[in-house]
Write a protein that binds this ligand. Structure first.
Ligand code: ATP
Length: 593
């Protein structure tokens, strides 16, 4: 629920936060209180934006719409119904949450810039609506708030009260952001940002996750908007629904470090004071000249430190922090769960996956032509065929990444019931894991976190997920690389990580797509041993592999796909000696010879 405040990172953060709060309190002048209210408001706005823009990687360029909705809802409820902003704040957050669902439900299911574009469009539509509905919104001239002094109406003579509220809201938003990043949701969002197909393969309902991130971000932005507009005691459409504000919020996160907890705060505290000073200096030269400062800073950051301040200096700061003492005795590290030593054997009487008469066309190309196959309990079924024969297409059909034109696929789920699933995440929940031909780990996460992503399908507890991940890491020879960023692994390590992530979902059926491609002979031998261990632990495996030596060594049966159809299937030796198979691989002339 909260960071462990005995750890250096947490207590140093706490000290920094206390200093941030004390500066305006001690200085006391309206310059300092104004500056720090602004800093807390923008740091909170940027942190809230970062939940959808940074963690989930869905750029929102019209986030001020939620800020404006928060402000206008509270102001209108106060003016028309005498409802104080403390309540108006939550009403605004509800409206913003609904608007976020309306924007994100259709657009976040699509790939591409649709969410970013629609946030800008909605910002403009709402701004024009507010101008048009002059009768109750005040139109383009805006509304001034009545000066009802006191805590009820959030209007004060002593500016320090604003600092207290702004700091309080900033802390809440920061806590939400930290909590999400550490939780299952945060891991899922980063996985979606980096590689949506692999996230779906470990059971993540990607559209729902993104929508949830958008809603949380919108509601927090709205709450901050209510406070800030109440503080300004005036609201009008051009300042409340401003594209400039939206871009400013996103830019602070970008400069500070997208997708990190501290990045948006660092970005705001560095850029905002400089930009405000520049506003003063450059205003004589022309309206909006301070925008130049933002532009120059952004260009410099993108060119010099593309991962922002947190990306560039984060590891160094972390190293320094690690030198500080832990206050008290460190809690024991999570221990790997023991791997069961029970050995499961092939059971040809129990099928676990059945595909019947599958067809799939891509335009005029028939990639899958009447493919039927059965995988039995604790069997390793090898799938071979020349390049472009249609093996991966069959894998994609079986794992829900493609919908078949005809045919049925049924899976014996964890509870022993036959199920038909249509989406990869449903299949992952029912007990199917898969790897991808091109191993692409979630590079922003460590090896341990990558494996934990798979384990989160079974638990929402971080500790439990860590215990499962440690066990799987032991099974897949990744124990020594747990703290390494996944991008730094060797090809062999990345391939093992693909398998580990799938294994952590506790699959009953595992589809392995060319996990030995690009490995050296020693790694191939290790991989063969590992796949046998996985099968012995009670997993049925369907394996695409070009490496014949490995396929022969591992498979109980082999199925050959050629031109989208099943050519032959049977015991390995029989299959490789079959003239039709030799012809498919090497051509008719070779076979005749
Ligand atoms: N999304 C797609 N759109 C159009 N054609 C596709 C698509 N996916 C695959 N194909 C085509 O379908 C055929 C089968 O491709 P597939 O990737 O399944 O073969 P494969 O046996 O896995 O090949 P390889 O061993 O080279 O990976 C190929 O001709 C390929 O170009």
């Amino acid at each position: 629920m909260f960071p462990d405040f005995r750890s250096p990172k947490a207590y140093v953060s706490l000290i920094l936060l206390a200093v941030m709060f004390l500066v305006p309190v001690v200085m006391g002048t309206s310059f300092w209180t104004n500056l720090f209210v602004l800093l807390f408001v923008f740091a909170a706005l940027s942190t809230a934006w970062n939940i959808v823009g940074g963690y989930a990687g869905q750029l929102s360029l019209g986030h001020a719409v939620f800020y404006g909705i928060g402000g206008y809802t509270a102001v209108l409820l106060g003016a028309n119904f005498g409802i104080p902003p403390w309540i108006g704040m939550f009403a605004g957050a509800l409206v913003s949450g609904l608007v976020a669902v309306v924007i994100s439900y259709p657009t976040l299911r699509l790939k591409g810039p649709f969410f970013a574009l629609s946030t800008i469009a909605i910002l403009e539509v709402v701004r024009l609506l507010v101008i048009h509905e002059e009768g109750w919104t005040g139109g383009s001239s805006g509304i001034s708030l009545p000066l009802n002094i006191g805590w009820t109406w959030m209007v004060f003579r002593q500016k320090i009260n604003y600092v207290i509220i702004a700091f309080g809201i900033f802390l809440v938003v920061l806590w939400v952001s930290w909590f999400i990043r550490k939780s299952r949701m945060g891991h899922y969002l980063i996985a979606i940002r980096e590689r949506e197909d692999a996230a779906r393969a470990v059971g993540v309902h990607t559209a729902n996750m993104k929508i949830m991130a958008a809603v949380i971000s919108a509601m927090l932005t709205s709450i901050i908007g209510t406070f800030h507009i109440t503080y300004l005691t005036f609201v009008d459409p051009s300042s409340a629904f401003s594209l400039e504000l939206s871009i400013q919020i996103a830019m602070f996160a970008l400069i500070g470090g997208l997708g990190t907890v501290a990045g948006p705060i660092a970005g705001t505290f560095l850029v905002l004071p400089i930009a405000e000073l520049a506003r003063g200096w450059l205003s004589a030269m022309g309206n909006g000249m301070h925008g130049l400062v933002y532009g120059v800073m952004l260009v410099v950051v993108v060119l010099v430190i593309p991962r922002g301040l947190a990306g560039a200096f984060g590891p160094m700061v972390e190293k320094l922090l690690n030198r500080l003492p832990y206050l008290g005795t460190r809690p024991a590290k999570a221990e790997a769960q023991d791997v069961s030593s029970e050995k499961h054997v092939l059971d040809r009487s129990t099928p676990v996956l059945k595909a019947e008469n599958l067809f799939k066309n891509f335009g005029g190309l028939r990639a899958t032509n009447d493919v039927s196959l059965t995988l039995y309990r604790n069997e390793i079924l090898g799938m071979i065929g020349p390049n472009g024969a249609g093996k991966t297409t069959v894998f994609n059909l079986l794992s829900g990444f493609l919908a078949q034109d005809k045919g049925t696929i049924t899976l014996l789920d964890r509870s022993g019931t036959w199920v038909k699933c249509t989406t990869p995440n449903e299949l992952a929940h029912k007990g199917m894991g898969r790897t991808f031909q091109i191993a692409k780990p979630f590079t922003g996460l460590t090896v341990l976190e990558n494996i934990m992503l798979g384990a989160f399908i079974r638990t929402s507890s971080r500790d439990e997920a860590e215990r499962i991940a440690l066990r799987v890491a032991r099974q897949t020879d990744l124990e020594s690389a747990l703290g390494t960023e996944a991008r730094n692994l060797t090809v062999g390590g990345m391939k093992r990580l693909e398998i580990a992530r799938a294994l952590a979902t506790d699959p009953k059926v595992l589809l392995l797509d060319e996990v030995m491609a690009g490995l050296n002979p020693t790694d191939i031998e290790k991989a063969i041993q590992m796949i046998r261990r996985i099968r012995d632990s009670g997993v049925s495996i369907l394996l695409i592999e070009h490496m014949m030596q490995a396929t022969m060594a591992l498979s109980d049966r082999i199925i050959v796909i050629n031109e989208g159809a099943v050519l032959v299937s049977g015991p390995p030796q029989e299959v490789v000696e079959n003239p039709a198979v030799i012809e498919a691989y090497l051509g008719k002339d070779y076979n005749d010879a």
